[in-house]
Design a protein. Sequence first.
Length: 173
Amino acid sequence: MDLKKIKAFAFDIDGVATNGSLLCTSEGDFLRIYDAKDGFGIRMAAMNGYPVAVITGGSSETIRMRMQASGVKPEDVFLHCRNKMEEFTLFCERYNLSPEEVMYFGDDVPDIEVMKASGCGVCPSDAVVEVQKEADWITDAPGGKGCLREAIEKTLRKQGKWIFDTEEYKRKF
């Protein structure tokens, strides 16, 4: 796994950016809990010029809102995905990336195809067995508890780009 070749990040929401638990409101929306450290990791990637995408089966607009607050562009939040390769391919084309330049995080069976196509398929420690068998990297952290931060930080550090600029942070966030 060559982390120096990674130029972008893409990930699923439920089970990766969250622990997979969903609370349903009487209006039919699903509520999720996100880890702030994951959010900061995503911000660091965005602040340092890495395109970031969300490719999820979830369809709540609250996902888009949370990811925008973390630095993900609204057009790079793909909701209600049933064939994640289609959105992954669109994301790669939008930024002129080869799939091998993208680190993809997934935790369940619908993520396997994209994980295998990406340059580095990552899963949280509590991903399903089928995904763990296909992953290039299984994080120490479980979904929703820092798995995004762990892999993003390690990748940026490896590339010498884990640099926090207070002024840039104030401008963007």
